[in-house]
Design a protein around this ligand. Structure first.
Ligand SMILES: NC(=O)C1=CN([C@@H]2O[C@H](COP(=O)(O)OP(=O)(O)OC[C@H]3O[C@@H](n4cnc5c(N)ncnc54)[C@H](OP(=O)(O)O)[C@@H]3O)[C@@H](O)[C@H]2O)C=CC1
Ligand SMILES: O=C1O[C@H](COP(=O)(O)O)[C@@H](O)[C@H](O)[C@H]1O
Length: 526
C-alpha cells in the first residue's frame, strides 16, 4: 500500500512513503468525463501533496482534435473540476502542473496513429526523463480495452526491457462471466497479469480498506466474526442522484452490474475473507478469491425468485421539485427493464459463515447518499433483562463507508436508577477525528498505488470472474422476466416496499437517515 499511517506520540499521523519512480501516465479517453472529473483532479492532488516523482508527465490520448494547450485548458486551466484549486493556488503553481500535461490525437486511422503515438511517447520520455516507465490508463468505452492493448503490443509498448509497462483498466470489466473471461484472455495475450491493474474505486476508499484493519488489527472483533455470534449482515449502497448524464451506459448495465458485481462484492469479500498471512497483495487477493468462491450460487428459479428483488425509480417530487422517473431520463429506453434498485439475499458456504444470511441492496434515487455495512449480532442465549424489551439483537456494528466515514457500535447499557432497565447506547468513531490532514480520494490513492506497482487494492482476474459467476445466474433469471416483477419506487424513497419482504425473517433494513421524499409508495411496473 502506498501510505501506511504510523501513530506518533504527539497524536499526529505520519505517512510512511514508498518510492514512486519517474514515469509517464498515458490516458486513453483523455477527452472524456472520467479524465476531467476524477483522473486529473486526482493527479493534481498528488502534485499538491508532493507525491509525484520528479520526472512525471501525463499524455492524454483520444480521437478529439486537441493540442497540448487545448487539453491543458480543458482539464486544468478552465476545468470546473479544478475551480476551487485555481482559487486556492497561485497561477504559476497551477501552470506548472498544467505544463506536465500533453495530448496526442489518435484520429481514426489506428495503424498509423499508434506508430505516431509510440514516437510521441519516446520523445517525451527522452525530453522529460520519465525513465521508460509507462502506465497506460484505459478510460475509454470497454469495447476498446482489448484493441488498445493489442495496438500497444504491436508497437512494443508492452515490452518491459527498457522500463516497466502497466495497464489500468476501468470498469465495467465485462458484461457477464463469459465476456469477462474473454476480456481477461484478450488482455493476457498482450500483458502479463502482473502488469494489469483492474480498477475498483471502492477499494481506494479509506473506510473500505479499514475493514481489513478493523478485522485483523484488533482482537476484539475477530473472535466474534463468525456464525456463532453474527445473526446477519446487511449492506446498503444508496445514491440520491439518478443516472445523470450516463443513461446510455446505465441502461445497458443496471444496478446489479454497475455496483453489485464490482464494488459491493468486493466489500462482501473483505467481510467474508479469512485472515491473510500478511498484508501482501497476493495474500490478500488469494483470500478474497476464496471468499468470492464460497458465495452460494443461486441457480434455480425458486431460489432466485425468493432471494432477489429489482425495481426502477418512477417520477416523484423531492423537496417540492419534480424528479424524472428512470424511463424519462436521457439515453434510457422508454420501455426499459433495467433495474435501478437491486436487493439480494445470499449465503456463504464455508465453515465461518454457514447459515448466516447476507442482505445487500443498492440503488439510485434514494433519500440520501450512503454506503454502510451493518453486522447484526445474535441475541444472547439466555436473556435476564428481557422485561426491558432490549435484547442483544440490538447489538450492531455499523461500518460507515461514506459519508461521515466511521464505525458505530450499538449496545445496551443500564439506565441509572433502580432495577435493570436497559437502554441503547452508541459508541461512535468518526474518521475525520483522526486527522486534520488530507485523506486521499479513492482515485488518488489507487493511481499512486499503481504508480508504485502495488496491486493490493486492484481486483485480480480470478476475483472478477468469481464475482461474475455469482451474478450471472441472477442476471439470466431477471432477463427471462417470467415471474420476476420490476417494481417501481418513487424517486427519493428507500426502494420498493417489497424489498422488506426479503429481510422480514430477520428484522428490517436499517434506515441510515431520514426519508427526504415528499411522496412514497410502490407499484408493479411489469
Ligand atoms: N464517468 C464516470 O463517472 C465513470 C466512468 N467509468 C468508466 O470509465 C470509462 C470512461 O468513461 P467516461 O469518461 O465517462 O466516458 P466518455 O464517453 O466521457 O469518454 C470516453 C472517452 O473515450 C474516448 N475514445 C473513444 N474512442 C476512442 C479510441 N478509439 N481511442 C481512444 N479514445 C477513444 C473518447 O474520446 P474521443 O471521442 O475524443 O475519442 C472519450 O475521451 C468507461 O469505461 C466508463 O465505464 C467508470 C466509473 C465511473
Ligand atoms: O462505479 C460507479 O460508482 C458510482 C458511485 O461511486 P461513489 O464513489 O460516488 O459511491 C456510481 O454513481 C456509478 O453509477 C458507478 O458506475
Amino acid at each position: 500500500m502506498a501510505k501506511i499511517l504510523g501513530y506518533l506520540n504527539n497524536k499526529e499521523y505520519q505517512p510512511i512513503m514508498k518510492k514512486t519512480e519517474n514515469q509517464m501516465l498515458v490516458i486513453f479517453g483523455a477527452s472524456g468525463d472520467l479524465t476531467a472529473r476524477k483522473l486529473i483532479p486526482a493527479i493534481f492532488n498528488l502534485y499538491k501533496g508532493n507525491d509525484l516523482p520528479d520526472n512525471f508527465v501525463v499524455l492524454g490520448v483520444s480521437r478529439s482534435d486537441l493540442g497540448d494547450l487545448q487539453f491543458r485548458s480543458k482539464v486544468v486551466l478552465e476545468s470546473t473540476y479544478l475551480e476551487k484549486e485555481r482559487e486556492e493556488f497561485d497561477e504559476d503553481y497551477i501552470q506548472k502542473f498544467a505544463d506536465k500535461l500533453f495530448y496526442e490525437d489518435l484520429g481514426s486511422d489506428y495503424d498509423t496513429s499508434y506508430e505516431r503515438l509510440e514516437k510521441r511517447i519516446s520523445d517525451l520520455d527522452q525530453k522529460y526523463g520519465t525513465g521508460g516507465n509507462h502506465m497506460f490508463y484505459l478510460s475509454t468505452p470497454p469495447s476498446l480495452y482489448e484493441p488498445i492493448a493489442k495496438n500497444l503490443s504491436d508497437q512494443g509498448l508492452n515490452n518491459e526491457s527498457t522500463g516497466w509497462r502497466r495497464i489500468i483498466v476501468e470498469k465495467p470489466f465485462g458484461y457477464s462471466l463469459e465476456s469477462a473471461k474473454e476480456l481477461n484472455d484478450g488482455l493476457h495475450t498482450y500483458f502479463k497479469e502482473g502488469q494489469i491493474f483492474r480498477i475498483d474505486h471502492y477499494l481506494g476508499k479509506e473506510t473500505v480498506q479499514n475493514l481489513l484493519v478493523t478485522r485483523f488489527a484488533n482482537s476484539i472483533f475477530e473472535p466474534l466474526w463468525n456464525r456463532n455470534y453474527i445473526h446477519h449482515v446487511e449492506i446498503t449502497n444508496a445514491e440520491s442522484v439518478g443516472v445523470e448524464k450516463r443513461g446510455g451506459y446505465y441502461d445497458k448495465s443496471g444496478a446489479l452490474r454497475d455496483m453489485f458485481q464490482s464494488h459491493l462484492l468486493q466489500i462482501v469479500a473483505l467481510i467474508v475473507m479469512e485472515p491473510p498471512l500478511s498484508a501482501d497483495a497476493e495474500e490478500i487477493r488469494n483470500e478474497k478469491l476464496k471468499a468470492l468462491k464460497s458465495l452460494r450460487i443461486m441457480n434455480d428459479d425458486k431460489t432466485l425468485f425468493e432471494n432477489t428483488i429489482r425495481a426502477q425509480y418512477v417520477s416523484s417530487k423531492i423537496d417540492g421539485q419534480e424528479v424524472k422517473g428512470y424511463r424519462e431520463e436521457e439515453g434510457v429506453d422508454k420501455n426499459s427493464t433495467t433495474e435501478t434498485f437491486a436487493a439480494v439475499k445470499f449465503f456463504v458456504d464455508n465453515w465461518r459463515w454457514a447459515d448466516v444470511p447476507f442482505y445487500v441492496r443498492t440503488a439510485k434515487r434514494m433519500p440520501t447518499k450512503v454506503t454502510e455495512v451493518v453486522i447484526h449480532f445474535k441475541t444472547p442465549h439466555h436473556q435476564i433483562f428481557k422485561e426491558s424489551g432490549i435484547s442483544n439483537k440490538d447489538n450492531k456494528l455499523v461500518i460507515r463507508i461514506q459519508p461521515d466515514e466511521g464505525i458505530l457500535i450499538k449496545f445496551g447499557v443500564k439506565v441509572p436508577g433502580q432495577g435493570f432497565e436497559v437502554e441503547r447506547a452508541n459508541m461512535d468513531f468518526y474518521y475525520s477525528s483522526l486527522t486534520e490532514t488530507h485523506v486521499m480520494e479513492a482515485y488518488e490513492r489507487l493511481l499512486l498505488d499503481a504508480m508504485q506497482g502495488d496491486a493490493t487494492l486492484y481486483a485480480r482476474a480470478d476475483e472478477v470472474e468469481a464475482a461474475w459467476a455469482f451474478v450471472d445466474p441472477i442476471l439470466d433469471y431477471w432477463k427471462k422476466g417470467k415471474d420476476v416483477k420490476m417494481y417501481g419506487y418513487a424517486a427519493g424513497v428507500w426502494g420498493p416496499e417489497n424489498a422488506n419482504e426479503l429481510i422480514e425473517g430477520v428484522g428490517e433494513w436499517r434506515n441510515p437517515s431520514e426519508n427526504l421524499a415528499d411522496e412514497s409508495g410502490y407499484c408493479v411496473i411489469c
